[in-house]
Design a protein around this ligand. Structure first.
Ligand code: HEM
Length: 290
């Protein structure tokens, strides 16, 4: 794959998706990880169909008609259920949480590689930190917890490209929100993407990649408000956030130890949402072996 100059162009997006679904499949399904991975592949297909349905005209009752899309969705649903049942029958604990967690972690990693391919000064700072802590050694958990620059970078990536773009809450009793009174059973949608780009909260440079914002941790940035919500908040906050951060750090450290990279001219910037926030046309990078 490498040219004589030791570089090559790779769309890293599909590889990152394989990596994160492999990690969660092995963690959740143990020796049955191949079947687990199949579930994630089916779910990716399902997400595309759900988005198509959400973007088309709403006709009451249409979902009960045997259209091509409805039939495909039912077929995928059946296959996912049969596969999960097969795994449970073999007495392996299937972790339901894994369904979208591999996707969100993949999103965080891919946007990180894209942004570091663009902001190579931060890539150099991250690599210096990695080489200082680990050299070319395999990273260990203790060392991963000491990564400060990489932590700041991930926080800023999650601010600019929060994988979960919508958080929902169903209000169970009448609630006052500022000067609005919301009746019971109202569905409230919070959009972290808008919140994270709000100039009033983040300043005029809200759209810029500036990991230094997080140099003193997340709580300083929040200023006592819930203005930074990549993992949601409250009692239903993401339970996998530490797992995700550890996994992403491990992967990024190993990439930084082996390669330097920059954005390829064939990369085209098109964030879009298929349940989670993804790069529509992949993530083409030029890798240099180091
Ligand atoms: C960068 C990666 C991830 C992001 C950005 C993310 C984001 C989120 C968000 C926004 C929520 C909703 C929280 C709320 O409603 O307040 C959530 C819930 C959840 N996440 Fe994650 N997540 C990630 C990775 C993971 C991983 C790796 C796992 C499991 C290993 C996981 C398991 C869960 C579970 C089980 C919930 C539901 C919690 C509940 O309803 O009580 N997540 N996540």
């Amino acid at each position: 794959m490498l040219t004589n100059e030791g570089l090559c162009e790779v769309d890293v997006w599909p590889h990152i998706q394989t990596l994160t679904s492999d990690v969660i499949s092995r963690t959740a399904f143990g020796s049955n990880f191949k079947e687990g991975r199949k579930i994630f592949e089916l779910q990716r297909e399902q997400a595309k169909l759900v988005m198509k349905a959400a973007r088309s005209f709403y006709i009451p009752g249409l979902k009960y008609f045997p259209t091509k899309r409805n039939n495909s969705m039912k077929e995928i649903d059946r296959e996912v259920k049969t596969t999960i049942k097969r795994i449970i029958d073999k007495r392996v604990i299937a972790m339901k949480a894994g369904e979208s967690s591999q996707e969100t972690t993949a999103n965080m990693l891919v946007w990180t590689m894209i942004l570091l391919g663009q902001h190579t000064d931060w890539q150099t700072r991250a690599r210096d930190e990695v080489l200082h802590l680990f050299g070319k050694r395999k990273p260990d958990v203790d060392g991963l917890n000491h990564l400060k620059i990489i932590n700041m970078i991930f926080c800023e990536v999650l601010r600019l490209y929060p994988p979960a773009t919508i958080i929902r809450r169903l209000i169970y009793k009448e609630t006052k929100l500022g000067n609005i009174t919301l009746p019971a059973h109202t569905l409230v949608e919070i959009n972290p993407l808008f919140l994270h780009h709000d100039n009033d909260i983040w300043g005029d440079d809200a759209n810029d990649f500036k990991p230094e914002r997080f140099s003193e941790g997340v709580s300083k940035v929040n200023k006592g408000q819930a203005s930074y919500l990549p993992f949601g908040g409250g009692p239903r906050i993401c339970i996998g956030q530490n797992f995700a951060m550890l996994e992403a750090k491990m992967a990024l450290v190993m990439v930084l130890q082996c390669f330097s990279f920059e954005l390829s001219p064939s990369y085209s910037h098109a964030p879009y949402t298929i349940i989670t926030l993804q790069p529509q046309f992949g993530a083409h990078l030029i890798l240099h072996k180091i």
